[in-house]
Design a protein around this ligand. Structure first.
Ligand code: ZN
Length: 234
């Protein structure tokens, strides 16, 4: 197993859980975030707060946490007309995909991440993509990501691998994973400091964290937290 990893870290619940997962497995962990013309910058503003929270939570994680990179992929916002990059209502499209889908986003993110990892001598990429509770995004499917991993290995002539620890987990299981990795302190850090809400709202703290409580991202997060809490209380 390689000893270093590059984690795609947006500041949301899933990528924060992936970052904790990587910190339990790799001795050197770098993080990468992207500007891509998101409507809301709140998620990105949470990144350094979550990273510093992880450092305080565990001295070993603090040693392992290395460079944090931010790259600008504003070209995605120039190309895409989606509810994540424009001020439009979140809605289902005729092709069965919600208009929060940013075409090519994960493919571009992972390709850029692989190029950065190559330059940094890192052989493992970690991403929070998930097929179980996903919104139907085709670039979150395991088959899409395995194909991309293969393309990156061939195209960069490297044995770089792509780890997706949340791929088969429900949202409740993602909360449970955080609990397993870092106990209640990590769950509390993720609950209060990460951001998932599509509308960028952060004025009300719910049982499951901050958000509008009504957008698809908030609904999924709340649903998962409810079942996680019920499971551990039982
Ligand atoms: Zn929301």
């Amino acid at each position: 197993m390689s000893r270093s990893a590059l984690v795609l870290f947006s500041g949301g619940q899933d990528s924060a859980t992936c970052l904790a997962w990587a910190l339990t497995r790799y001795e050197h962990v770098e993080t990468l975030g992207f500007h891509y013309g998101q409507r809301h910058q709140i998620e990105l503003e949470r990144r350094p707060i979550v990273i510093s929270g992880l450092r305080q939570l565990n001295p070993e994680w603090s040693v392992r946490l290395a460079d944090d990179h931010m790259l600008n992929l504003g070209i995605l916002g120039d190309i895409s007309d989606t509810a994540l990059t424009r001020e439009t209502e979140i809605a289902m499209q005729e092709n069965g995909l919600p208009n929060t889908f940013v075409p090519g986003r994960n493919i571009l993110f992972l390709t850029v991440a692989a190029a950065l990892a190559y330059r940094r001598g890192i052989k493992t990429l970690v991403g929070g993509m998930c097929e179980t509770d996903y919104s139907g995004y085709p670039d979150c499917r395991d088959e899409s990501l395995r194909a991309l991993e293969h393309a990156l290995q061939l195209g960069m002539q490297t044995d770089m691998t792509l780890e997706t620890p949340l791929m088969w987990l429900t949202k409740a299981a993602t909360w449970t994973l955080a609990d397993t990795l870092g106990g209640k302190a990590l769950v509390e850090l993720i609950r209060t400091e990460t951001h998932t809400c599509y509308l960028g709202q952060r004025d009300t703290l719910h049982a499951w964290g901050y958000g509008c409580g009504a957008c698809p991202a908030c609904e999924l997060r709340a649903y998962g937290y409810k079942y996680y809490s019920a499971g551990t209380a039982a």
